[in-house]
Every structure is written in structure tokens, then in C-alpha cells.
Design a protein around this ligand. Structure first.
Ligand SMILES: [Zn+2]
Length: 375
């Protein structure tokens, strides 16, 4: 059984999408890129309804404009929509979501983009947010406490219902480890772009297990354009031009993502609000670096662990270029990609907050002679 799981993991990691990402950064000979746009809900499921806005119709309009914009901004990009009319894949909501993911996988997508609008009993809650998949137990548990989410049966998987020993979970976990940095990149771009039109930026969210993200094999995001139940968001979303602006925000994020993926350096380091924090790390690192070379043992910040070797100059580390190194651990995820070398735990801890803005699950580990020290 164990061998079978490993075989499946190897198969999962050798999928075209994963390979293309691991070996990219070459501008010429760039592979054909594919994006799947998923207008949320449809058919028997209207999604959120508030006053005269019905989510399934609203998001379909926006998605169609996104497609149109992508066709003119990036003619080489293959763009698919899961639906282009008021339809659904299955009467059962969970199956419907799984079929949307299957459509995405079948098209060999490099990116999945689900487009939604939000609503909540609490009318004070407003702003745009973008969700990515993470199977981090702490985050899943935090979101579980919100509870209300799982009432929307089928759109989400309750973490309590996931069998941690199942093949499906192992594969989803391995995909997520590879995909999350990419999903976060496009999610942050999208949030920033949407907020430029006046919506509050609630940022990138993770830890709620969206069914469609769980089963999609490529990086993916769920865009929530705002809360229909919030007066400010509602006024904006129903204003003239809002659909076009939201489509502009989403399509621009997608274009930035693909350009960065294919090694266009003019877009690979977008200006973000994190620049101060990054600079701070950079300054500290410059001080640490001279001594660091001598440090055969000490502390470092683990960014991600992987089942396979990744180039330390891989796109996902672009912000920390030249400062990411490989520390060997044991077990399935034995390749630990780490940032910086520190003589003391507290020195590493000082940089952790800034690093976590990009790598949410980063933490401080001890190393000796290039290997992880676990006790
Ligand atoms: Zn929705």
C-alpha cells in the first residue's frame, strides 16, 4: 500500500503542469499556457442573492469580460470557461464542483480561476479577498471554527471528513505543496488590482478547503469580488463600469502571473506592500551573510519542503533570489528549502514575520552540515 501511495505521488509530481513550472524561466520556447475561468454556481444554484443581484448571473458577466480581455491582452493564452450560460455540471453541488475541477484537469490548465461574489449576515463585513488551497492543519482548524462555511454543503470539504491516510489526500497534499506559492502569487496580484478600484483589500485567505481547489491539479484561486451585503461593496459592484473594472483586475493578474511564469523579468518582481518588509530582511541578511558563510551549523527559516528537488532559483523563491538554500531532512518531504543562516534562534525569529508574508507556514529550524537537526 505504501509503495502504491509513493507511486501515485510520483505520478502526481510528473504531471505536465508541475513539470512545466519546475523547469521554466525560459522566455523562448515557452510552453502553451492554459487558463480555466470558472463562473461560480449556475443552473439550479444561484449562489448569493442580495437585492437585485444574483451571484451566478453577475459572475458570469464578469467572467465573459475576463475572457474577452485575456484574448486581446494575451492572444497565445488558451482560455476556457467552465460555463458560458446559466448551467451547472451536476444537480449535486459537491459533484458539480468535482466536475469543474475535472474539466480544469482535462484541459491541462496551468491556472484555475473561480469567480464569485460574497454575502454574509454581518453587513459590516466588506472588501475583496482571494482564496487559495492549503491543507495546513492549523489554518483548517481555525476556519472550521467559523462553522458557517460548511453549511454551504458541496462547495467546501469539512476537514473532519478528510481521511488523512487516503491516497486522495496524499495526492492533494503533494500538489498543494508544489502549487501554493504560485496560487498565492496570482491571488495577491488579484487582491491588489481589485483594491485599486476602492474595495478594501482583505487579502489572501487559506485554510478553507474548497472542493474545486482540492481536486484541481494546477495552482488555483477563488476570487471573491466583495460582499453584496455590505453597503459600500454593493454600491460599488452595482455601479456602472464595476464589472469591467473587476474583469480588468482579474485579467491583469492572470497576465502578470503567466508573464512571470515564463520568465519575463519585467513582471517577475511586482511592487507590493511587502516591499518594506522584504527590504528589512534584505538589510539584515546583508549583515548576516558575511558571518553566515562560516556557519556550518545554526538556524535557518524553512520556507517549504518538497518530495523532489527544486531549483533554488525557482520562480517561487524569486523574492529571495540567491538566498535560498537546500537543507536535507528525512521522510517523504526531505528537500527543505530554507532562507538565511543565523547563529541564534532569536536572530532567525526576527526575520520570520517578514518571511511569513510570502511563505505563511515558514518556521525556524536548526541545521548542521547542510542537514536538518531534529532534536
Ligand atoms: Zn459564490
Amino acid at each position: 500500500m505504501r509503495n502504491l501511495i509513493i507511486l501515485f505521488l510520483l505520478l502526481a509530481l510528473s504531471l505536465p503542469g508541475a513539470n512545466a513550472r519546475a523547469g521554466q524561466n525560459v522566455a523562448s520556447d515557452a510552453p502553451k499556457r492554459v487558463v480555466v475561468l470558472d463562473a461560480g454556481h449556475g443552473g439550479p444554484r444561484p449562489g448569493k442573492v442580495h437585492r437585485e443581484v444574483v451571484e451566478k448571473d453577475y459572475v458570469l458577466d464578469v467572467t465573459k469580460i475576463v475572457r474577452k480581455k485575456l484574448r486581446s491582452k494575451m492572444p497565445d493564452l488558451e482560455v476556457y470557461m467552465t460555463r458560458s450560460c446559466d448551467s451547472a455540471y451536476h444537480e449535486d453541488q459537491a459533484k458539480d464542483n468535482r466536475l469543474r475541477a475535472a474539466f480544469c484537469n482535462e484541459k491541462g490548465a496551468d491556472l484555475y480561476v473561480g469567480i464569485h461574489a460574497n454575502a454574509l449576515k454581518d453587513k459590516n463585513k466588506g472588501g475583496c479577498e482571494v482564496w487559495v488551497l492549503t491543507l495546513n492543519e492549523n489554518l483548517m482548524n481555525q476556519n472550521k471554527l467559523v462553522g458557517e462555511r460548511y453549511a454551504d454543503e458541496g462547495d467546501f470539504i469539512n476537514p473532519e471528513d478528510i481521511d488523512r491516510n487516503s491516497q486522495g489526500f496524499m495526492m492533494a497534499l503533494s500538489r498543494q505543496l508544489e502549487n501554493e506559492p504560485y496560487s498565492r502569487f496570482v491571488a495577491e496580484e488579484c487582491c491588489k488590482n481589485m483594491a485599486s478600484y476602492g474595495l478594501d483589500n482583505l487579502g489572501v485567505k487559506a485554510g478553507t478547503v474548497y472542493t474545486v481547489l482540492y481536486y484541481s491539479e494546477c495552482p488555483g484561486i477563488i476570487v471573491e469580488m466583495g460582499y453584496l451585503t455590505n453597503a459600500k461593496d454593493y454600491a460599488y459592484l452595482t455601479s456602472k463600469g464595476a464589472k469591467d473594472e473587476m474583469a480588468e483586475a482579474i485579467s491583469s493578474a492572470i497576465v502578470t502571473y503567466f508573464k512571470a511564469l515564463d520568465g519575463d523579468t519585467s513582471t517577475s518582481v511586482p511592487a507590493t506592500t511587502e516591499s518594506n518588509a522584504e527590504q528589512e530582511v534584505e538589510e539584515r541578511e546583508a549583515v548576516d551573510e558575511s558571518e553566515a558563510e562560516k556557519l556550518a551549523e545554526g538556524y535557518t527559516i524553512q520556507l517549504i519542503s518538497s518530495t523532489k528537488e527544486v531549483d533554488v532559483n525557482d520562480y517561487q523563491f524569486h523574492e529571495y533570489k540567491g538566498r535560498v538554500w537546500l537543507v536535507m531532512g528525512t521522510g517523504k518531504y526531505k528537500y527543505k528549502y530554507c532562507f538565511g543562516r543565523y547563529a541564534t534562534r532569536s536572530a532567525a525569529q526576527n526575520d520570520l514575520t517578514a518571511v511569513r508574508k510570502r511563505f505563511k507556514d515558514a518556521y525556524v529550524v536548526r541545521y548542521k552540515d547542510g542537514a536538518l537537526v531534529t532534536k
